[in-house]
Design a protein around this ligand. Sequence first.
Ligand code: FES
Ligand SMILES: [Fe+2]
Length: 317
Amino acid sequence: MQSTSETAVADLPIPNGWFAVAVGDEIAPGEVAIRHYFDQDLVVFRTASGEVAVVDPYCPHLGAHLGHGGRVEGELLRCPFHGWRFDTAGACREVPYAKRIPPNAQAKKWPTLERYGFVFVWRDSEGRAPWFELPVVPESSSPDWSTHQRYDWVIKAHGQELGENGVDPAHFRFVHGTLNVPVMDAKEDGPRRVAHQPVEMRTPRGDVKGAIEAHSYGMGFSTTRFTGICETLEIATMTPIDAHTSHVRYAFTQPRVNGQDPKGGVAAAIIRDIVKQTNEDVPIWENKVYRERPILCEGDGPIAQYRRWCQQFYPQR
Ligand code: FES
Ligand SMILES: [Fe+2]
């Protein structure tokens, strides 16, 4: 029998904030795609001029799924059922067989942003407008930084559990085989959070001392800068597929050497090590229980502080 302080699956709600729903290049101009996040379908489309939009799937007319047979025509999305056409704000702009457009013919549009090669939507269970912003990340579009290297995982765990990894110094030695238990300090500022941590990274030249600085903007987006031997920026997104499953994406970029993307060597080893660490975390995440009141000890990281910070992104009950 399980006690009341543990559940087989974390009983945590789907958080609010900015979340990546696609990689920008996956959606070409004129393309319509279905994505499944936040326990529902979303329809993502890109107009002929390149603007990307995300709407709820069901047409306000008679409920056809806009992602199954819907087509982009110029700047509009045409419903497959009766041909109504919607703009990127979700407003119906044309009913092909009527002179008047019903005033509330409006598909639900998700606030959308395209940045760092990803398409983000704003999700808020209470319908509030975005109450924080995603940052400018100069390296992500700089010609001095390499082409993004992307990785992604679908993980059977809640995003809070994944993020907690970053405030849990003691696991590094046992899960990732690092030599020490790094100290860590973290500061919160509303929806933002900065964590700083000295680390040792395993490379072909042996273990090298470096530092990790992670900036989070809500639970769905973070940038992590690794310094020490080869500067690396990891842009990470976490998007809830449902309350128990997360889609995690990483995009790595590093300084170019003589105008070229770095090849092999230490640069590649760092990325390999970060990816390896995530692969090592997955079986822990997917098989653990969520302890609401864990027994913590000296040397554990700021876990309670991190969990309090997460609360602001949950539906206010
Ligand atoms: S259901 Fe979309 S136009 Fe009729
Ligand atoms: Fe880890």
